[in-house]
Ligand binder design. Structure first.
Ligand code: ATP
Length: 341
C-alpha cells in the first residue's frame, strides 16, 4: 500500500487528512517540539520524530519512508528549511517535480520561467541607484515575506537595509532582490496540473494577511509618519477570494502557459499543485510577482472544498485530497513515475 508523507508544518494537516480520506496511510515527519500538536489528529497514522527536518536525509527516516512506500508531498517548509541540493537528494519519491523547486528558490531562474510563461512581471531593479518608483526589496528563497521592505529611492533603501542589518534580520553580505512595487488587489491563484489527464484545474484564490504591513494600514497617516519601524510582509494567515467571472478565462490561460513553459524549461514540467501570485490593478490587469511550484498554505482555507472545485467535482475536494486522488489513480495504473520525481 502507498502512504503519503509530509513535514509537520505549513499545510500538513490538510495533506494528510486528504490522503486518509482517499484510504492511504499517512506519515508525518514531526519535530519533537510539535509532537503534542500533531498527536491530536487521529488521521495521522505514524509520526517520525526528528529534532530538525534535515534529518529526513538520514538513513533512519529514509528507510522508514521506503518501507512504507511513501510519496513525499513538498511544501513551503521543505523549501524554506532545506537547500535545493538537499531536496534533490531525497530518495523518497516526491510528488510533482522536485527539480522545479530550485526554480522557485532562485530569483533569476524564477524570473526566467515567469517570462517564458508570458506572465507580466514587475520590472526588476538591478542597482539601488536606479530606484525611481516605489520598489519592494526581497530576500532570496521563500522567506515568507520576512525582512522585506519598501523603498522610494536609494537613500531610503540604504537607510532601511542598514536598519534591518543592525536589527539582525538580514546579514551584511545578503544579496537583496529589488522589484517595482505593483499596487492593487492581491490574488494568489491556485492550480493543479494533472499529468495523467494532461489538464490544468483552477482550484481557488486566496489573499495573504501580512504583518506588519497590514498593521500599518490601520493607523492614521500622522502616526505612520512618526513611526520609523520598517514594516515587514510576514505571512500570518490567509482568507478566501472569488474573482469576477470575466477574469477566469485569463486565469486558465495563465495556468496553462505556466505549465507549457515549465515543460520546456524543467522536465517533466509543473505537475501537481502550484500557485501564481500577484495583484490586479484598477484596469483588472494582472501583474505576477511570484509563483510557488508546489502546494501553497493558502489552500488550507478550502479543506472542505473550494468554490471552483465544486464546479469540477461532485464531492468535497481539498487540494490535499486532490493530490492523494492523483497518487491513487497513478498507483492503480502503474504510473507513479509520472506523478513523482
Ligand atoms: P513565499 O515563497 O512565501 O510566497 P516570498 O518570500 O517568495 O514568499 P513574495 O511572495 O515574493 O515572497 O512576496 C511577499 C509579499 O510581498 C507578497 O505576498 C506581497 O504582499 C508582497 N509583494 C511581493 N512582491 C510585490 C510586488 N512586486 N508588488 C507588490 N507587492 C509585492
Amino acid at each position: 500500500m502507498i502512504s503519503v508523507a509530509t513535514l509537520g508544518s505549513h499545510c500538513s494537516l490538510q495533506v494528510l487528512k486528504g490522503a486518509k480520506d482517499e484510504g492511504l496511510k499517512t506519515i508525518l515527519v514531526c519535530e519533537k517540539k510539535r509532537e503534542k500538536l500533531y498527536r491530536r489528529f487521529s488521521f495521522i497514522d505514524e509520526l517520525i520524530l526528528v529534532n530538525s527536518f534535515s534529518e529526513i536525509l538520514e538513513q533512519r527516516c529514509q528507510s522508514t519512508l521506503e518501507k512504507n512506500n511513501a510519496v513525499m508531498i513538498p511544501h513551503g517548509t521543505l523549501i524554506a528549511q532545506m537547500t535545493s541540493e538537499q531536496i534533490e537528494s531525497i530518495k523518497t519519491p516526491i510528488f510533482g517535480n522536485k527539480w522545479i523547486l530550485r526554480w522557485e528558490s532562485d530569483r533569476e531562474m524564477k524570473e526566467k520561467l515567469m517570462r517564458e510563461a508570458n506572465l507580466p512581471v514587475p520590472r526588476p531593479v538591478t542597482n539601488p541607484k536606479d530606484i525611481n518608483n516605489l520598489v519592494i526589496v526581497k530576500r532570496q528563497g521563500a522567506a515568507g515575506g520576512k525582512g522585506y521592505f519598501m523603498a522610494a529611492n536609494e537613500q531610503d533603501y540604504d537607510k532601511k537595509r542598514n536598519q534591518l542589518i543592525s536589527d539582525g534580520i538580514i546579514s551584511e553580505d545578503e544579496t537583496l532582490y529589488i522589484q517595482e512595487y505593483a499596487a492593487g488587489v492581491l490574488a494568489y491563484l491556485q492550480f493543479f496540473y494533472s499529468p495523467l489527464k494532461e489538464e490544468v484545474e483552477f482550484f481557488g484564490v486566496d489573499q495573504r494577511h501580512e504583518s506588519d504591513i497590514e498593521g500599518l494600514a490601520r493607523i492614521p497617516s500622522e502616526q505612520q509618519l512618526k513611526s520609523d519601524k520598517v514594516p515587514s510582509f510576514n505571512v500570518i494567515g490567509n482568507s478566501p477570494l472569488v474573482l469576477r467571472e470575466s477574469l477566469l478565462d485569463e486565469v486558465y490561460r495563465m495556468g496553462e502557459n505556466f505549465v507549457e513553459a515549465s515543460k520546456k524549461l524543467v522536465a517533466p514540467g509543473m505537475n501537481g499543485p502550484f500557485c501564481i501570485e500577484g495583484v490586479y490593478d484598477e484596469n483588472a490587469k494582472f501583474t505576477s510577482f511570484e509563483f510557488s511550484a508546489r502546494i501553497v498554505a493558502g489552500t488550507n482555507i478550502y479543506m472542505d472544498g473550494s468554490p471552483y472545485y465544486s464546479l469540477l467535482f461532485n464531492e468535497q475536494m481539498s487540494m490535499g485530497k486532490r493530490i492523494a486522488r492523483e497518487i491513487k489513480i497513478a498507483d492503480a495504473s502503474n504510473q507513479l513515475d509520472i506523478v513523482t520525481t
